[in-house]
Design a protein around this ligand. Structure first.
Ligand code: CP3
Length: 345
């Protein structure tokens, strides 16, 4: 295909009469926002995720404050792991922790069956409330972690740089790895379908840490499972497939599935999109650190990315990864305005 129409959801984002590049941001609701910090002063992170009224309010904060073209469900990719009984906590400053990580095949076999509706109904309720509050202003994007990234937390027990325990498990216990990834793919599919049934108009699959793998390992240990999760999804709902440091994996990620491929800032958008093929949409790819500089630098960086996309339909402007908590909120607002201004045509 030479050039494809953008997925329907991109069209749905066009709130303004003139076409322009839609923009939404990763972790757009978060600690850089005073109104988010005010909510977090009252509620712990998990408490907030499990409070549909507050989580729906937080989902809308960036839409109101920044004018982004989509709302992103306020939740976390690790919420699906909690019902597996592994002891999930978020500690201030240190990020997520899993008290009982999975380190052997027995632990995989011992994972309980879960009823996603029962265990994660609070997320679906947040989706329903957020959709109602948004009306037809902007679409709502749901999300989940992809099997590899979820498995890496389960096995490492928390964030990791090298993923050595995960990689050893994957190679040394291939049957248990397949069993674990299959479970996670099934849960992810069900969980995203639950969000879609509740009103999410697009979904994003975060395989944040998959860039740690070689292409051969991605193909052998990950691709079939991610693909299984994506194939399980309600047809017709756009899927965004994202990872960090995935320059060497992008064609394989595209083959695994998704209507939009997320790019981080380590690749150049124009040539990378060309290489992937313009029959797939792309999302990205400003370095989130660029938002710590002033508006002139932000404008230059945004222009470079928009030039790379060359006005083709099917580019969603985004950051290459989540917003840093030190980011001044006015800079984020400036970026949204700049992208709208530069891409209006
Ligand atoms: O984009 C949005 O507005 C939706 C909110 C969102 C959160 N987590 C809320 C959150 C999304 C999309 C996520 C996804 C997520 N969670 C990912 C994939 C995206 C990525 O960044 O790669 C990952 C890997 C996680 C796991 C996770 N959750 C980590 C590693 C951390 C700690 C990191 C940190 O910045 O401290 C979290 C906590 C978390 N999830 C916060 C937020 C707003 C900060 C927690 C707080 O409020 O104290």
């Amino acid at each position: 295909m030479a050039s494809a129409a953008p997925p329907a959801f991109l069209q749905a984002c066009l709130r303004r009469p003139a076409p322009f590049t839609p923009i939404w941001l990763m972790r757009q609701a978060g600690r850089y926002m005073p109104e988010y910090r005010a909510v977090r002063a009252r509620l712990g992170f998990l408490e907030l995720c499990k409070n549909p009224e507050a989580a729906a309010d937080v989902t809308l904060q960036p839409v109101e404050r920044l004018g982004v073209d989509a709302a992103i469900l306020f939740a976390d990719i690790l919420l699906v792991l909690e019902p597996l009984g592994i002891g999930l906590t978020f500690t201030r400053g240190d990020g997520p922790r899993i008290d009982r990580p999975i380190r052997d095949p027995r632990a995989v076999r011992a994972l309980p069956e879960i009823d996603v509706e029962d265990a994660l109904g609070f997320v679906f309720e947040t989706v329903r409330r957020a959709r109602k509050a948004l009306g037809d202003r902007v679409p709502l994007i749901g999300f989940a972690g992809a099997p590899f990234t979820l498995a890496s937390y389960l096995i490492e027990g928390g964030p990791s740089r090298e993923f050595l325990v995960t990689k050893a498990f994957m190679r040394e216990e291939p049957a248990a790895w397949v069993a674990l990834m299959t479970r996670l793919a099934e849960i992810t599919g069900e969980y995203l379908n639950g969000q879609i049934a509740a009103g999410a108009q697009a979904v994003q699959l975060f395989d944040s840490w998959v860039g740690t793998l070689s292409p051969a390992d991605y193909r052998d240990y990950v691709q079939p499972h991610t693909s299984r999760a994506i194939r399980a999804l309600q047809p017709g709902v756009p899927v965004i497939h994202f990872g960090v440091g995935t320059g060497g994996l992008l064609p394989l990620m595209k083959a695994a599935g998704g209507d939009v491929i997320g790019l981080d800032w380590r690749v150049e958008l124009g040539p990378t999109w060309q290489r992937l093929g313009h029959d797939v949409a792309v999302q990205g790819n400003l370095d989130p650190a660029a938002l710590l500089s002033g508006t002139e630098a932000i404008r230059r960086a945004a222009r470079e990315i928009l030039d790379g996309a060359a006005g083709r339909p099917g580019h969603v402007f985004n950051l290459g990864h989540g917003i840093h908590k030190e980011t001044p909120v006015e800079h984020v607002k400036a970026l949204v305005d700049i992208v709208h201004e530069l891409s209006a045509r």
